[in-house]
Design a binder for this molecule. Structure first.
Ligand SMILES: Nc1nc2c(c(=O)[nH]1)N[C@H]1C(S)=C(S)[C@@H](COP(=O)(O)OP(=O)(O)OC[C@H]3O[C@@H](n4cnc5c(=O)[nH]c(N)nc54)[C@H](O)[C@@H]3O)O[C@H]1N2
Ligand SMILES: Nc1nc2c(c(=O)[nH]1)N[C@H]1C(S)=C(S)[C@@H](COP(=O)(O)OP(=O)(O)OC[C@H]3O[C@@H](n4cnc5c(=O)[nH]c(N)nc54)[C@H](O)[C@@H]3O)O[C@H]1N2
Ligand SMILES: [Mo]
Length: 751
């Protein structure tokens, strides 16, 4: 409330927060956690971090042309993400002309003409890149991918490429669909819930209420995480007086796993279930393939290797396996701690193996639950924002709109950066997000963006991607989800899909931050009209009435028949999910697939550490709400590195010392992020942690997960050198590359 009132004032706070996540209100722009059924929602159906997300968007603080006249781009490039984000909402379209030092105002029409000029001058439409962050509504996402394809490219990278791509890859191959198989009701009814590689207390706080309800119904909970994340070990439910006063320990068992140890852990659990014959034989026989090979593979498990990889004892793992054995219905939830490693896809397949052994797919109270990040990241994919969308989707576009879409796969996020770097892509457009701040290898990514002829960002707030720009740059300010959309002279609604495939409507109650803002749908359709004058697509009709878009969605997108009618129902509708609904597995063999993967232990040279990059309690991705991380005891600073006390001692350093983080990778380049303060913090020996995006310069662009191509943000090999700034004399850092683009002008006081 303090944050909300500070940014929005009392009246705006009340009218906004009480509409948040309500049936007739708007969808929280924070995470993708689902809403309870209509009739079961609280008056305050939001969490602390949802309130911060709304306040950040609905802030009274504005950024006008005088601001851009005062601050040169060079000046803005010296500021932190925190400072940039705090300047307020962008109120009119701005352009940075070639060679100019300052952004200046531009009319919408001129902005679209500028973009059309660049796009039509390209040698091939594949020189354009259309990125999407996961807040974009289904309607905007649908017209956006349609525009890219009408132009002639599948270059539609999205934040999913950096997020749950590994889940999509692993689940499609094993159960035939890239989405999770549980509903909120399944969580409530589960007897065992496994939360692995996820910090819900910070990133999905409303999930804790669901876990609490499950516990009330007799569920047990296992948390698998190198860190003892506070939300899981002590939880006070702010929705109930009892919760506020008493608090609960949600997790019954915490396994402090070594970074990247999860493949070995789940394989070991699977091997024990096979050994104990704790299997659903009927399910295995009827619905799965690969069991015989799998059983033979895990029979040869090397426990010494498992203990090294996981940092856990056989006894700890056995205790967890017994909880699986004794549970008739198990849900496994995971997030970035699982998806952002080089072997994420096979790790998730190992989680699937364990679920299949016990028939925990397509059964009430059970299932696989990748917990999505951005509020509509899953919906954007459903709507075709995907560089590798299947042919049947493209066929449906052709039949609906009468043009032949390109068939060749497009660039994902990493490939887009490589293409910009190598001059193969010339125009970059971002539909929301902060591409430069979120991507790996900051120095390489920034150079790639500077190589573009044109960079365009559809945004609500200022961020680093606006100040690290191409030859010409545009900022197009969009309506946020909390705001009234009166495009085409009528009240427009949009729709979104949550992490559990439920689709529903959303419409904002607030007056827009400025009369010059346009909706994302308007921006895309107007751009299409300017760029593709002879297009067979009815851009103007779709722009002026989003119902028209929903009618097209109904005919193009699988599972969306009668879309406009179904989203009318209170609470919306749930998309079909064959494994969940009928135990139908649309894989090549028609069965769910158990896979056998050789174990490996990540090799870390002596004196080096495995670094994970994670979120604090006071940020939404690259949007920094504040400089504290309350649950981890950090105050007033973000350039910190969490290190085990014995590792600090073995380095001959002390808590509070300043170090440079140096990442070592097989390309021989040493990437450096300077001036991080050591914080003594309990976790497995050899593991360290720092915040995203400050640590992004350390993640090599080419270090990605096999198959999903997701950057390896959670296991970077680093050393901790004495801080350059604290050393005497220059030259000590020779041979290293200073990639400290996320500058530090922040205090470091720690609680
Ligand atoms: N308030 C808030 N909400 C958010 C976001 C936000 O920034 N702020 N971001 C949104 C987005 S886009 C996403 S994707 C989600 C992210 O949600 P999370 O995945 O919860 O986010 P991270 O902070 O990256 O946390 C990763 C967790 O995994 C653990 N971990 C790291 N490596 C490993 C490993 O190898 N094994 C295991 N078992 N655990 C590991 C870390 O200790 C940490 O607890 O949250 C969404 N919601
Ligand atoms: N090191 C490291 N890097 C990571 C991760 C990690 O764990 N570690 N996580 C990765 C993950 S999971 C993700 S999802 C990506 C996130 O990558 P992105 O989605 O690209 O980044 P965000 O920080 O969420 O984008 C914030 C910006 O979105 C704009 N915005 C906000 N709301 C709206 C809106 O309603 N409309 C429009 N048009 N714009 C809006 C604002 O201008 C704001 O500055 O980062 C990835 N990067
Ligand atoms: Mo994400």
């Amino acid at each position: 409330m303090r944050r909300a009132v500070g940014q929005m004032g009392v009246r705006r706070t009340a009218s906004t927060l009480l509409r948040l996540n309500q049936v007739d209100g708007f969808d929280c722009q924070g995470c993708a956690w689902p809403d309870p059924a209509p009739g079961h929602r609280h008056t305050a159906e939001f969490c602390e971090n949802g309130a911060k997300a709304v306040a950040e968007e609905a802030t009274n603080q504005k950024l006008d042309r005088a601001f851009f006249a005062t601050h040169s781009v060079a000046d803005l490039a010296e500021r932190t993400e925190f400072w940039l984000g705090k300047q307020g909402r962008i109120t009119e379209p701005m352009v940075l002309r070639p060679g100019a030092t300052h952004y200046e105002p531009i009319t919408w029409d001129d902005a679209f003409t500028t973009m059309a000029g660049h796009l039509n001058r390209l040698q091939s439409p594949d020189e354009a890149v259309f990125y999407t962050s996961g807040k974009t509504s289904n309607e905007a996402a649908f017209v956006y991918q349609l525009f890219a394809r009408a132009l002639g490219t599948n270059n539609l990278p999205d934040c999913s490429n950096m997020c749950h791509e590994s889940s999509g890859s692993a689940l499609s191959e094993t159960i035939g669909i890239g989405k999770g198989s549980v509903s909120l009701e399944d969580i409530h009814q589960a007897k065992l819930i496994v939360v692995v590689g996820q910090n819900p207390g910070t990133n999905h706080p409303r999930m804790l209420s669901a876990l609490e309800e499950a516990k009330g119904n007799g569920a047990r909970i296992i948390a698998i995480n190198p860190l003892k994340e506070a939300g899981l070990v002590r939880f006070k439910n702010p929705q109930t007086p009892k919760g506020m006063a008493v608090g609960t320990a949600l997790a019954d068992l915490h396994l402090p796993i070594r970074l990247n140890g999860d493949l070995a852990l789940f394989q070991a659990i699977g091997s024990l279930l096979v050994e104990w014959d704790a299997l659903d034989h009927d399910f295995l026989a009827e619905y799965t393939a690969g069991y015989t090979d799998y059983a033979a593979h895990v029979a040869g498990l090397d426990w010494a290797q498992v203990e090294t990889a996981t940092g856990l004892t056989r006894q700890q793992i056995t205790e967890a396996a017994e909880m699986f054995r004794d549970s008739p219905a198990t849900v496994t939830c995971w997030a970035m701690g699982i998806t952002q490693h080089h072997n994420s896809v096979v790790t998730i397949k190992e989680i699937v193996n364990v679920a299949l052994l016990q028939g925990n797919v397509g059964k009430p109270g059970a299932g696989l639950c990748p917990v999505r990040g951005h509020s509509n990241v899953q919906g954007d994919r459903t709507m075709g924002v995907w560089e590798r969308v299947p042919d049947h989707f493209l066929d449906a576009i052709r039949d609906e709109f009468g043009f032949e879409p390109p068939r060749e796969h497009g660039f994902d996020t990493v490939a887009a950066i490589q293409a910009l770097r190598d001059g193969k892509a010339r125009v970059f457009m971002g539909m929301g997000g902060n591409f430069v701040g979120a991507a790996p290898d900051t120095e390489v990514t920034e150079a790639a963006m500077r190589n573009a002829a044109l960079t365009v960002h559809v945004s609500t707030k200022l961020n680093r991607s606006h100040v690290v720009h191409g030859g010409e740059a545009l900022i197009l300010p969009a309506l946020g989800r909390s705001e009234k959309d009166l495009t085409g002279g009528r009240v427009q609604r949009v729709t979104v899909e949550d992490s559990m495939s439920a689709v529903h409507a959303s419409h904002g109650p607030l007056e827009p931050a400025s009369e010059h803002l346009r909706s994302e749908v308007d921006i895309v359709c107007s751009l299409a009209l300017a760029t593709l004058p002879g297009s067979s697509v009815p851009w103007a009709a779709m722009r002026d009435d989003y119902t028209q878009i929903r009618r097209h969605i109904a005919r193009v997108v699988p599972g969306c028949a009668a879309y406009d009618e179904k989203v009318e129902q209170p609470g919306g509708f749930v998309l079909p999910h064959p494994p969940r609904d009928n135990r139908v597995f649309e894989t090549e063999s028609g069965k769910a697939v158990l896979t056998s993967t050789p174990l490996e232990v990540l090799d870390v040279p002596p004196g080096r550490f495995l670094l994970q990059t994670m979120r604090s309690h006071d940020q939404f991705n690259t949007t920094i709400y504040g400089l504290d991380d309350r649950y981890r005891g950090i105050k007033g600073g973000r350039r910190v590195v969490f290190v085990h006390p014995d590792d600090i001692a073995s380095l001959g350093r002390a808590d509070g010392d300043l170090v440079d983080l140096v990442s070592e990778w097989r390309d021989g380049v040493e990437r450096v992020a300077r001036d991080f303060r050591i914080v003594s913090y309990e976790q497995p020996r050899g593991c360290v942690a720092a915040y995203y995006p400050e640590a992004n310069p350390l993640v090599p662009l080419e270090s990605t997960a096999e198959k999903s191509n997701t950057p390896v943000y959670k296991s970077v090999v680093v050393r901790l050198d004495p801080a350059h700034s604290a050393r005497s004399g220059p030259g000590q850092a020779s041979g290293t590359q200073d990639t400290g683009s996320h500058r530090t002008d922040e205090p470091h006081h720690l609680a």
